[in-house]
Design a protein. Structure first.
Length: 221
């Protein structure tokens, strides 16, 4: 085992390496959550050391989800701070790029909204939500330079659309089986990744166009 990290920079690097290992295990075994034993082996740290960073496998995955969200927020703010006018199509492109950047982006977003909150200490969940709320507020403030009617509520509705479409059309084992057997339904419940991301992009642009137009009208009254 490598020596235990002591200074803050080494601890941060060690934490990131653990999250990298967790992401690798998730991709390798998408149907189940890896154990702390497996994560300790993949991270090349002692199990006791692993528990110094994360209290449980659920807390590891919550941290991995937060890292995905933080990257997404950073990309939005980076583009919003550029002087060139930003389009809704560009916003949708950043969403798609973030999903492609991390294979855990959508699966963990869905998981963390459900069962994980019942298995993580309340204080850890509160701190997580506080950081996400602060990051979202920064995103909204940056986007208002291009979309004055942007709000946290509008952004959350966009996020709900992303998760809703993914949960409906995700490539789970049942949907893949139906596709392999060429079972067709009146309404499609399966799309490959490219089809899904194309639909998601168009849906997000349409949703934001409507929401921002309505918000602008309401503010004018």
């Amino acid at each position: 085992m490598p020596p235990r990290a002591i200074n803050p920079e080494d601890k941060s690097l060690k934490r990131e390496s653990i999250l990298d290992a967790a992401q690798h295990l998730w991709v390798a075994h998408p149907e189940h959550v890896s154990s702390m034993d497996a994560l300790a082996r993949a991270s090349h740290v002692a199990k006791g050391t692993l528990y110094l960073y994360f209290g449980s496998k659920e807390e590891v995955l919550l941290a991995l989800h937060e890292r995905d969200v933080k990257h997404f927020f950073e990309q939005l703010v980076l583009r919003a701070k550029q002087p060139e006018p930003m389009t809704l199509e560009e916003m949708a492109d950043i969403v798609i790029a973030s999903i492609r950047h991390s294979p855990t982006f959508l699966p963990l977003a869905s998981l963390c909204l459900g069962t994980m909150e019942r298995q993580i200490p309340d204080q850890a969940v509160i701190e997580f939500k506080s950081r996400i709320s602060e990051g979202l507020d920064q995103v909204v403030q940056a986007l208002r330079a291009h979309f004055p009617a942007m709000s946290c509520v509008v952004m959350m509705q966009g996020y709900a659309l992303i998760l809703g479409l993914w949960q409906l059309l995700q490539q789970n084992s049942f949907n893949r089986l139906m596709a392999e057997k060429q079972i067709e339904l009146a309404c499609a419940f399966y799309m490959d990744e490219d089809e899904f991301l194309t639909l998601l992009s168009h849906s997000l642009v349409t949703l934001f166009q409507g929401l921002l137009a309505k918000t602008s009208q309401d503010q004018a009254l």
